[in-house]
Design a binder for this molecule. Sequence first.
Ligand code: PGA
Length: 246
Amino acid sequence: MTNKYMYFIANWKMYGGIKTLDSLNKVISFSKTHTKNKIKIIYCPPFTLISSLSQKVKNTSIEVGAQNCHESQKYASLTGQINSSMLKQVGAKFVILGHSENRQTGDKNKLINKKIKSSLKAGLKVILCIGESLREKSKNKTKKILKNQINNCLSGIKKSSKIIIAYEPVWAIGTGLIPKLDNLKKNILFIKNILKNKSVKVLYGGSVNIQNIKDLKKIDPIDGFLIGGDSRDSKKFIDIIKKTYI
Ligand code: PGA
């Protein structure tokens, strides 16, 4: 049982159309009745839904984020790209950066650092994803990787109060696997220890579901969850939130 203020961030990835937003009605009424001072719900839909979703959750405590952005602040000849100022204009308050699915397609720590700086400048808060691959884990390199990702991604960043860290072991994303609880606790504490600003929130992400939340919620230093698959189903998402507090 926890009484802590917790973050529940829905990462919809490449999912959802205008009609999907109807399913949020349940979450909106839940947020109005149950969650006022205890939790922060943030939806990160694909770019195409940021504007409509922001309109939908206007006047509620739910906030909206994007899933990535280009590092350039200026308008530029970059076909298909979207920058942080553009996201801000359509209602995003947060942006996920450094997700392993984007790291796999070329987002390196140095580039993520530029994206973070540009997003903070645009007035967005950043959800920075970090985490080791299975190969790195099996070679006992987890701590080295986490330290490297944090130090390089956050290099030269002063506004760390605008950053949330999401620890997402790559091997736990979408696989149904989660870390051993004592290892997870150690890694969350290790991350908190490296961070210069001790008030930065550290979340866990990777296969969070209604079953494993019973165990995950017992890990005291976790400040919330970044949820992919099970955030697309409003009932499951609400149940995960409820179970965190039971
Ligand atoms: P998952 O995704 O909950 O489906 O494992 C989490 C994420 O990728 O952020």
